[in-house]
Ligand binder design. Sequence first.
Ligand SMILES: NC(=O)c1ccc[n+]([C@@H]2O[C@H](COP(=O)([O-])OP(=O)(O)OC[C@H]3O[C@@H](n4cnc5c(N)ncnc54)[C@H](OP(=O)(O)O)[C@@H]3O)[C@@H](O)[C@H]2O)c1
Length: 255
Amino acid sequence: MPPKIILITGANSGIGLAAAKALTSASTNYHVIISARSLSKAQIAKAEVEAENPSSASRLSIVQLDVTDGASIKYAQVFVEKEFGHLDALINNAAIASGDPDIYTRYKVCMDTNVVGPAVIADVFRPLLLKSSNPYSIFVSSGAGSFGRAVERFSGTRDKPPEPKNGGAYHVSKAALNMLALREHHMYVDKGLKVFAFSPGFVVSNLRGTSNELRTGWGKAGPASVAGETLLSILDGKRDLDVGKLVYKDGVYDW
Ligand SMILES: NC(=O)c1ccc[n+]([C@@H]2O[C@H](COP(=O)([O-])OP(=O)(O)OC[C@H]3O[C@@H](n4cnc5c(N)ncnc54)[C@H](OP(=O)(O)O)[C@@H]3O)[C@@H](O)[C@H]2O)c1
């Protein structure tokens, strides 16, 4: 059976890179297209995956894809269509948690990268996904974007975390991303598209910053590999009963 073709945005770091490693080391079922906002970052990521698992080399491709650049998105779509003719899974993973002191800038950056980009990418790649016999569209979201969890938090039934430094722009963007996932599910479930919003949990990555303290979430973040393994379990069909939901490793969150 030919391997399934998986495109991951922002796959040069953190959870995207962990997913590329999990998918290519679990079996020969997956061919991963590592996309990153520069080709050199994608090349470095590919080399890192290959170094851990030399047999993965033939099941890896790279493409430049800046999620805020329409021309780059179109270029990547043409690349995938020419090389593979279809796509089996799209993992809309790239995101940013801007801490810019200017509120306009941080909202604009978070919304452009975390909402507008994934919306355009989902739209541009959907025709290729619908050529697959079992297509998946996964939006890497966050429990921080869940209204249900926010209501609990704001009503004091859970510990109140400190107000994030970015003034909620990231949270708001993930709430919008959840709506994007829910809408795509309802519009395309009849065509066989399996849509998930996925909350990876608090894991080590560059999202909070690149210092050791920020990467590790002050020592409290778990390994990104756990999120990579959960993404693998979704693509392996183990979470198909949760299609159209905001899922995390151990269950489902309220929207
Ligand atoms: N880590 C956590 O605790 C956590 C918790 C909840 C949700 N998440 C979600 O998990 C996903 C992955 O984040 P992460 O934690 O792995 O953080 P990360 O290490 O910072 O990875 C984010 C990736 O997105 C890429 N990216 C940012 N802007 C981009 C753009 N314009 N075009 C293309 N790529 C772009 C980054 O590329 P560069 O390297 O070039 O910046 C990087 O590869 C995100 O959706 C995030 O919101 C993470």
